[in-house]
Design a binder for this molecule. Structure first.
Ligand SMILES: [Zn+2]
Length: 239
């Protein structure tokens, strides 16, 4: 009797440790499955490993597209679809994912509201904006002016490159300004720039858009951020 009691007592710490390990494993699975709020479809994660972040830099991500530099041809882009249906150029996906993961670790919850667009999709957004202004009583030319403050003319949108993303708050856990503030301070570390700042409207041709970020690579983004310049100035292509 006393021997049996003794054995039970001895086993308990092992049993406790086993249960603890099991609980930790279950918690891990739960966090990964449900609490990660990962907006990206992991299944579509491309097998790109840049290793060093700076290898994600290059000419490919420094293409200038604005109203003075329209897209010459519609290139074929290798796209990665996010879990909300938006797409981005697969080459920027790892950096975008890393940025979103780190933002969430800081308690800020973003979504990609708009990623890659075809020329037709850009045309549709443009036409809808025109129709809205005209309905409000604007003249055709005033509607055009207002629309073009915000909406790039089809063929001149960075969204057609797959390198531009509109990032907003998820609307549940975060407010827009929290996302914009985080991005303004940190996005360059991942290779993304605040593309249309208020003080560069005359150069970019687009009004201040705190949600629109453009991938240019970590080296260019860091220089653009530190010098307080825009992409046109960085490339020496100001009008
Ligand atoms: Zn945009």
């Amino acid at each position: 009797m006393s021997t049996h009691t003794q054995q039970t007592k001895k086993r308990r710490p092992y049993l406790f440790i086993c249960i603890l390990i099991l609980l930790i494993a279950l918690a891990g699975i739960f966090v990964q499955r449900f609490a990660g709020t990962d907006i990206y479809n992991k299944a579509s994660l491309p097998s790109i490993d840049f290793g060093n972040e700076n290898e994600a830099d290059g000419e490919w991500c420094l293409i200038l597209v604005n109203k003075w530099h329209p897209l010459e041809t519609e290139n074929e882009i290798d796209l990665t679809e996010l879990s909300n249906g938006q797409c981005v150029d697969s080459r920027i996906y790892p950096q975008l994912q890393k940025m979103f993961d780190d933002m969430r670790d800081d308690g800020v919850y973003p979504v990609v509201a708009s990623g890659y667009r075809t020329e037709q999709e850009q045309q549709q957004i443009y036409d809808e904006s025109m129709a809205e202004y005209i309905e409000k009583g604007y003249s055709e030319s005033d509607a055009k002016t207002e629309t073009e403050r915000w909406v790039a003319i089809p063929g001149t949108s960075e969204h057609q490159l797959g390198l531009g993303v509109d990032i907003n708050a998820d609307g549940i856990n975060s407010y827009g300004y929290e996302v914009y503030n985080w991005l303004a301070q940190n996005a360059y570390r991942y290779g993304f720039i605040y593309r249309y700042p208020e003080n560069k409207v005359a150069i970019t041709g687009i009004a201040n858009e705190p949600w629109h970020y453009r991938y240019v690579g970590v080296n260019a983004a860091t220089e653009i951020y530190k010098r307080g310049i825009c992409l046109e100035e960085y490339l020496g292509e100001t009008n």
